[in-house]
Design a protein around this ligand. Structure first.
Ligand code: MCN
Ligand code: CUN
Length: 794
């Protein structure tokens, strides 16, 4: 006879098994994507839907003398033809951009870039609409095109924005930041000054799904519903309310599954506005699907910035100061999507990883007759340019002062015990282990071994090179003291509702485009509450149901919305604890928590699961406590997050052709605590592939007439699995000190830090020939020119 068995204390939940923090959970959204069951906007078919096609300008710069649409009206099936003049009578000829400029919706006075929207036809089917736009006759009087900043600033340059009162040149802004006097003084005391001139070419995010909209205005209810390819649905709702003067509660923006965004789906494009107007006028749903060329020639591009940079050093290699002069080409309308306060985005985040006393940045932006947009392409508000320039300047400086490039970086890194650290341009970084990351990358690539191999190879006329790129970048805009877009502060939100059976729905103000939020947000809730991640459905992108948030770009989702998810879950947990105390008949102070379960401190076997508290929230709540188990959180982060990356790349160049091959690429990323390591690695692999694309093959150029070269995927190249090198990924974890779960953003790190590693490697392979720069994209003919002449190629 044995005594009654003691009630057994249940084994604690295994966080990884329930899909919590750190679980490499497979992406739940892929269940539908790989079965062809995604719900993209183009899959939406509404009864009575009409189709819109846009007429684009064939010229870069021309006065519009007349538009004759009579032939288009005559085509059977055409329901509406819209021109800028028709919009202007409704006060919709122009719209605001995200950078406090204006942009023509449909051109009236002039066209200002090739591909600009001039008119639109709405018809019964897309083919009629396409035919009908070609029947619109526009008489243009050509004006001189302006395809680079030099032309824009020439004294006799035509003024592109003659629509703007008081605009007497083509300058968009002159902006500066940093300590000019201190920087000048430091330069005067320097032993060595290193100088480079670089261009970061115009490139394009080119998501596989181009942009589009279905606008559906219901006259009976007054409600406007728009299915839209947007990364920021609430910003669009606010913009539509302001532009079209519609009441906000009558506007519903639905951003369905997106086939990639990469920044291309942040701006509000003219055709969106035209589709909305067309639906209001026809009282029918109107669908507009952008084609590939339209996407490449008219929507948000990336970069197009020239740099003249200098580094002042002591001869022992310590950097005393840096100077950056940037000249950026914004196209015809200043449409950068970026925080209001900063004219050239976060370019001044450069050199944040290095302990440098003084820095100064002078930035000038100019108008040209090229497409507007700017900042897009996995850039975090021009951090991509900042880090590229920084790491190219670092390599040139190391060479000029005669110190090994790895050693030179370590010499100037902010030390681990030096946080919080004020960067030379005034940001506050808070954590990092820079030397540890770089050392790991150097060890993995066998740095010393490669240098020996390189020296040996040079004797045989082979060209081997090694390039390093290290950087900390600001991700997760941002705290409302400094960050807003058009005055709206950049906080974000989450709303968590736990049903009575312990299943839950989570909504946030972010909007996934492929990053896997449906998977990772559920993991944060699983971590906080012990609910299995599979029991939590995540919904984003519908402004009628999602809490207000600023959307997904600048890798801000994890730093801001992800933090809101944790905070909402914590509020739910606090309420569940009260219910648990009631169920366990003890006071709240005596209730302890382990993952998924509350128990009585003195009697661990007496407990209730989170699911049991959920049921009680609807069936057995304590007196005086509101029923239900849900919470929302608006999160205003105290600071940006500062992930770090050390990328090391080795290449071999074929001296006969200039073709360069990546031998190895080692990436060490520190993005703090990783919610889902599998997704993080996917983000880094994708980002490195885009970095490789820009370094090797991508650029949007213009001929002397302003024609866009790169308007299709024959000219604008996307790397396939065939060209793409293999990536060797490693990690270091320095938790973010202020984020509720210690995570930092990661979505853009590899695209931001990657390009310089490739260029530094190619330049390093040619350095003994006297080459100090080859501008991107490093096409074989450019590399060949550099290696045969020993000159820089830009
Ligand atoms: N994550 C994680 N642990 C961390 C950080 C992030 O598990 N410490 C996960 C997140 O939960 C999320 C993903 O990694 O599932 C990316 O998170 P984050 O760094 O917060 O970036 P965002 O979600 O805000 O995504 C934006 C970023 C940007 S700005 C561009 S551009 C870009 C990018 O993401 N566009 C993409 N990656 C993309 N990936 C795909 N597939 N498609 C795009 O359009
Ligand atoms: Cu700038 S590309 Mo991402 O920030 O959407």
């Amino acid at each position: 006879q044995t005594a009654d068995p003691q009630p057994r204390v249940p084994a604690p939940l295994d966080e990884i098994k329930i899909g919590g923090m750190g679980a490499s959970r497979r992406r739940v959204e892929d269940n539908r994507f790989i079965r062809g069951k995604g719900n993209y906007f183009d899959d939406v078919v509404l009864p009575g839907m009409l189709h819109m096609e846009v007429l684009r300008s064939p010229m870069a710069h021309a006065r519009i003398k007349s538009i004759d649409a009579s032939k288009a009206w005559e085509i059977p099936g055409v329901r509406l033809v819209l021109t800028g003049e028709a919009l202007a009578t409704r006060n919709l000829g122009w719209m605001p951009t995200l950078s406090y400029d204006t942009q023509a919706v449909l051109a009236t006075d002039k066209v200002r870039f090739q591909g600009q929207e001039v008119a639109a036809v709405i018809a019964d089917d897309p083919y009629i609409a396409k035919d009908a736009v070609t029947a619109i006759q526009v008489e243009y009087e050509p004006l001189p095109p302006i395809v680079n900043p030099e032309q824009a600033m020439a004294p006799d340059a035509p003024i592109i924005r003659d629509d703007k009162l008081g605009q007497s040149d083509n300058v968009v802004f002159d902006w500066e930041v940093g300590d000019k006097t201190g920087t000048e003084e430091a330069f005067s005391e320097a032993d060595v000054v290193s100088r480079v001139k670089l261009h970061y070419p115009r490139s394009h995010p080119s998501p596989l799904e181009a942009c589009g909209a279905i606008a559906d205005y219901d006259r009976a209810t007054g409600k406007l519903t728009v299915y839209l390819t947007t990364q920021a649905p609430h910003i669009v709702r606010a913009a539509v309310a302001l532009i079209a003067e519609l009441p906000e509660h009558q506007i519903r923006i639905i951003s369905p599954d997106l086939g990639g965004g990469f920044g291309n789906k942040v701006p509000v494009y003219p055709s969106y506005v035209v589709a909305i107007v067309a639906s209001i006028l026809t009282e029918r749903p109107v669908k507009w699907v952008e084609d590939r060329t339209g996407n490449l020639i008219s929507t948000g591009f990336g970069r197009d910035v020239y740099l003249d940079g200098q580094v002042a050093m002591r001869k022992d290699g310590r950097i005393l100061a840096v100077k950056m002069n940037t000249l950026s080409d914004h196209g015809a309308f200043f449409g950068d999507a970026q925080p209001s306060k900063f004219k050239i985005g976060l370019m001044h985040s450069a050199f944040a990883a290095y302990d440098i006393p003084y820095a100064h940045l002078a930035a000038r932006g100019v108008y040209t007759t090229k497409a507007p947009g700017g900042v897009a392409y996995r850039c975090s508000f021009r951090v991509t340019e900042a880090m590229f320039f920084q790491e190219r300047m670092m390599q040139a400086a190391a060479d000029d002062v005669g110190i090994d490039q790895a050693q030179f970086r370590k010499l100037n890194f902010v030390r681990d015990d030096d946080f919080p650290h004020r960067t030379p341009y005034g940001f506050l970084t808070d954590s990092g282990q820079y030397t540890k990351c770089l050392d790991l990358a150097l060890k993995e690539i066998d740095y010393e071994g490669f240098l020996e191999e390189q020296a040996e190879a040079r004797k045989q006329g082979r060209l081997l090179g090694i390039g390093i790129s290290t950087m900390t970048e600001p991700l997760g805009a941002g705290n409302s003291r400094e960050y807003d877009i058009l005055g709206i502060k950049m906080f974000d939100s989450a709303e968590l509702r736990v049903h009575m059976t312990g299943k839950a729905i989570l909504r946030t103000g972010a909007k996934t485009q492929g990053q896997g939020h449906e998977t990772t947000w559920a993991q944060i809730v699983a971590h906080e509450l012990g609910l299995p991640a599979d029991d939590i459905v995540v919904e984003e992108g519908d402004t009628d149901t999602a809490p207000f948030g600023m959307g997904t770009y600048a890798s801000r989702s994890t730093p801001v919305a992800g933090a809101a998810v944790a905070m909402a879950a914590r509020k739910v947990k606090a309420k569940a604890r009260k219910i648990a105390a009631h169920l366990l008949e003890v006071s709240e102070e005596d209730v302890e928590w382990e993952l998924g379960r509350f128990y009585v401190r003195s009697q661990p076997a007496r407990g209730v699961t989170i699911q049991e508290t959920a049921l009680a929230a609807y069936s057995n709540m304590p007196d005086g406590l509101e029923p239900g188990l849900e919470a929302n959180a608006y999160y205003d982060p105290p600071n940006l997050t500062w992930p770090f990356a050390a990328y090391v790349c080795t290449v071999e160049i074929d001296p006969e052709t200039g073709v360069w091959d990546v031998l190895r690429f080692v990436a060490v990323d520190d993005c703090g605590v990783r919610i889902n390591p599998l997704i993080v690695e996917g983000q880094i692999q994708g980002g490195l592939t885009e970095a490789y694309a820009m370094a090797s093959m991508q650029f949007i150029t213009f001929d002397a007439d302003g024609n866009c070269v790169g308007s299709n995927f024959m000219d604008y190249l996307l790397p396939t699995a065939w060209e793409t090198p293999g990536w060797e990924l490693h990690e270091v974890v320095t938790p973010c000190p202020h984020h509720p779960i210690g995570a930092k953003g990661v979505g853009e790190c590899a695209t931001v830090g990657g390009p310089a590693a490739f260029v530094n490697a190619v330049v390093n392979a040619l350095s003994h020939l006297g080459v100090r720069n080859v501008d991107m994209p490093m096409l074989p003919d450019r590399v060949y020119e550099a290696l045969t002449t020993g000159h820089d190629v830009s």
